[in-house]
Write a protein that binds this ligand. Structure first.
Ligand SMILES: [Zn+2]
Ligand SMILES: [Zn+2]
Length: 338
């Protein structure tokens, strides 16, 4: 089988690797309908997360179950399934509390930029749909595997409420789907921080009401201007840098909440500053599994169309160009056809 392998900084290749097989009796093997590249794949691609030798890439997936291990009971061959980037048993105390990405038996899913994928803990991880979705729904189903679920968690963690004012820091796929999530949760005003015209356009389509192009202190000043000097009720931090986290905290009103889902790289928070802001912080790797049943239902009923974040589709063998396009911000998110 051929799939995407990262050999070093900016060196990703469509190359031969071992076909996945059942290793544990709780595994499933699925044939992927579509795959894609994540913004978080750009960290190792840019050499900012050191990798341990050649690394199979990809963690977002949906497709048809081909085979299940002997201990799998609820997932069946032939089902269309979606799962999260972390496998979980869905039975331990953390899973039952809705934090499946902190599962006591959590395992990362990797190697999804390929035609076939092994998913551990299949019963807990995978959510089957009632029917196989039509081709036009596949991009939106794929988006649920990470970016849509992560955007939804950002909005949920930021305590978005009907009538509230929301700021979204970050105009990548997660930030844009954070806008869509906030809109569905009833936010009245959604301010997105973006300097990129194609992304601004999609943000407005997803429900953004205002665009702020400034960053840093000027960005915070503009948010304060737009909110009568108060700040936002809910801020979604979807980048993961020191600048974006500071921006998020300083844009939030006292008593408001920041939902942070950008994987932190070099972020430190000043305790004294945080103390005097009265801002709540909640975030982490999104427990996508918690939201999947509801989000799948919303896609089937045409209430959300998160697949719109895919603005480039390539055959899997052109995966290197897919990474380049995202790295150079020519594409928001690349979908890969196995
Ligand atoms: Zn991802
Ligand atoms: Zn668990």
């Amino acid at each position: 089988m051929k799939g995407a392998i990262l050999y070093g900084p900016r060196d990703v290749r469509f190359d031969e690797r071992e076909s996945p097989t059942i290793i544990e009796p709780t595994d499933a093997i699925i044939t992927l309908s579509m795959s894609c590249i994540c913004g978080s794949d750009l960290w190792p691609y840019r050499g900012l997360n050191p990798t341990d030798g050649p690394t199979p890439m990809g963690h977002e997936y949906c497709g048809i179950v081909e085979e299940v291990g002997g201990a799998v009971t609820s997932i069946k061959r032939g089902q269309f399934v979606i799962g999260s980037f972390f496998a979980s048993d869905n039975t331990c105390p953390h899973c039952r509390a809705g934090y499946q990405t902190s599962c006591e038996h959590m395992q990362p899913v990797s190697g999804a930029q390929a035609p076939v994928l092994r998913v551990p803990l299949a019963d807990g991880t995978l959510v089957p749909t009632l029917e196989v979705p039509s081709d036009d729904l596949i991009p939106s189903m794929l988006a649920l595997s990470d970016v849509m679920g992560t955007g939804w968690f950002a909005a949920d963690a930021a305590n978005v409420k009907p009538g509230g004012t929301v700021v979204v820091v970050g105009d990548g796929a997660v930030g844009l789907l954070g806008v869509l999530s906030a809109k569905h949760m009833g936010a009245e005003r959604i301010i997105v921080m973006s300097r990129h015209s194609a992304r601004q356009k999609l943000a407005l389509e997803f429900g953004a009401t205002d665009i702020v192009t400034e960053r840093g202190d000027e960005g915070v000043a503009h948010i304060k201007d737009l909110t009568k000097g108060v700040g936002a009720d809910s801020v979604l931090e979807c980048v993961g840098t020191e600048e974006s986290m500071t921006q998020a905290i300083r844009s939030t009103r006292p008593g408001g909440s920041v939902g942070y889902v950008g994987v932190p790289h070099g972020v430190s928070i000043d305790g004294a500053e945080l103390f005097f802001t009265h801002v709540r912080l909640h975030g982490g790797p999104a427990p996508v599994r918690r939201y999947l049943p509801n989000l799948i239902d919303m896609v089937f009923h045409d209430k959300i169309n998160p697949g719109k974040v895919f603005d480039l589709t390539l055959p899997l063998n052109q995966v290197a160009e897919g990474y380049r396009a995202m790295d150079e911000r020519r594409a928001i998110k690349t979908m890969l056809r196995p």
